[in-house]
Design a protein around this ligand. Structure first.
Ligand code: NAD
Ligand code: WQD
Length: 342
């Protein structure tokens, strides 16, 4: 069975392709490489022994997108990862975010409709909840005020798919990721932040390796157990396996409701200081950090109730915070070794 993965050259897309192949799916990727190269697909090939075809196509171009679907009329589903995802950038470039993330989604849906693709899985984000008051958040938790244009593109993307699914035959699943972190245990694929990273785990590993001289913990006085923010860090291979399971669920449950939503988190909240301690423990490195003021727009605490994904998708996140940090660190070290050997 063949699956079309958009954004397959990116961080989560590449890990998901590995999991899909390990479960017997054939995969083609579409990625314009606006935020990636084909480097991770080379890693996927080393891990799986399979060459992945990537169509270098901007999904905002309907004609080119249509040509990919035309050539792959036998697909059982689309997993739509492709999007711009930098929260800070979206604040400064809102039109670029709405244009890219929504036009590409609408074009994918137009092709899904034209070629009668039966199944669609969409990358959403816990940022759709905004500042949720009651924790952990369940899928029914009302969506809050989006804290950035990026988060708004995810809220709007979900609504577009819900409205589309209501009147079309395609079955859809919206997966709300919490904080995906870590790398494949082979250290052949992982996160490749372009430029200076904003996310906590690449900031930690780049500080430890010396690319960043000193990092700041954003916020020390929040009303949490140690004053720093709480997040639900979930390993990228656990996120990846949920996509395979979501697709299998859609294929096996033809009468499932046309659009279902699932939280993908571990269910455990971890503070920034606990994440740093976990890193220091697994690496043996004392991290150079200072406590600083809170970051604008940050949610103080959020973590998932993941019962629905566990029960319906038979999904179980397996990896805890220490192994998240261990694999992220192995990946950072492998990137440095690559630079040194070139
Ligand atoms: P990524 O940037 O590594 O991968 C996204 C890929 O999409 C990139 O390779 C990029 O080149 C491609 N792309 C973007 N716009 C495109 C377009 N118009 N046409 C074709 N390709 C395009 O990001 P990721 O971390 O792998 O995220 C994948 C998805 O998951 C995104 O939708 C993101 O918003 C969502 N998400 C990510 C996180 C996270 O923390 N990584 C959390 C929640 C949700
Ligand atoms: C985590 C925690 C920071 C860097 C964002 C998006 C969300 C999703 C994941 C896409 C926070 C703290 C960070 C640093 C720090 N992406 N931190 N020092 O903000 O939870 O979520 O990425 O969908 O939508 O909003 O992730 O990794 O940036 O931050 O103290 O140098 O680490 O304040 O508490 P965030 P993050």
């Amino acid at each position: 069975m063949k699956v079309l993965v958009t954004g397959g050259c990116g961080y989560i897309g590449a890990h998901t392709i590995v999991d899909l192949i390990n479960h017997g799916f054939d995969v083609v990727s579409v990625d314009s490489n606006i935020r990636s190269t084909t480097q991770l697909l080379d890693g996927v090939e080393k891990i799986t022994g399979k060459k992945i075809r990537n169509y270098k196509v901007d999904l905002c171009n309907l004609e080119d997108t249509n040509a990919v679907f035309h050539e792959n009329r036998d697909i059982v589903g689309v997993i739509h990862f492709a999007a711009l995802k930098a929260v800070g950038e979206s604040v400064n470039e809102p039109l670029m975010y709405f244009q890219n993330n929504l036009t590409s989604l609408i074009n994918v849906l137009k092709c899904v409709k034209e070629y009668n693709v039966p199944n669609l899985v969409f990358s959403s984000s816990c940022s759709v909840y905004g500042n949720a008051k009651d924790l952990p958040v369940v899928e029914e938790t009302p969506l809050g005020e989006a804290q950035s244009p990026y988060a708004r593109t995810k809220q709007m993307g979900e609504q577009i798919i819900e409205d589309y699914s209501r009147v079309n035959d395609t079955q859809s699943i919206l997966l709300r990721y919490f904080n995906p972190v870590g790398a494949h245990p082979s250290a052949l694929i992982g996160e490749l932040p372009l430029g200076k990273p904003d996310n906590l785990v690449p900031v930690i590993t780049q500080t430890a390796i010396g690319k960043i001289p000193k990092m700041t913990v954003f916020g020390a006085d929040y009303d949490t157990r140690d004053g720093s923010c709480i997040r639900d860090y979930i390993h990228v291979t656990d996120i990846a396996s949920a996509h395979t399971k979501a697709l299998q669920y859609l294929i096996e449950h033809r009468n499932a409701s046309n659009c279902e939503v699932f939280n993908l988190g571990t269910g455990n909240g971890v503070t920034v200081l606990e994440a740093i301690k976990a890193f220091e423990k697994i690496s043996g490195i004392k991290l150079n950090y200072v406590m600083g003021p809170g970051r604008e727009g940050d949610v103080i605490a959020i973590y998932a109730n993941n019962t629905r994904a566990k029960e319906k998708l038979q999904w179980e996140p397996k990896i805890g915070i220490e192994d998240c940090m261990r694999t992220a660190w192995q990946w950072e070290v492998s990137l440095r070794n690559k630079v040194l050997s070139n």
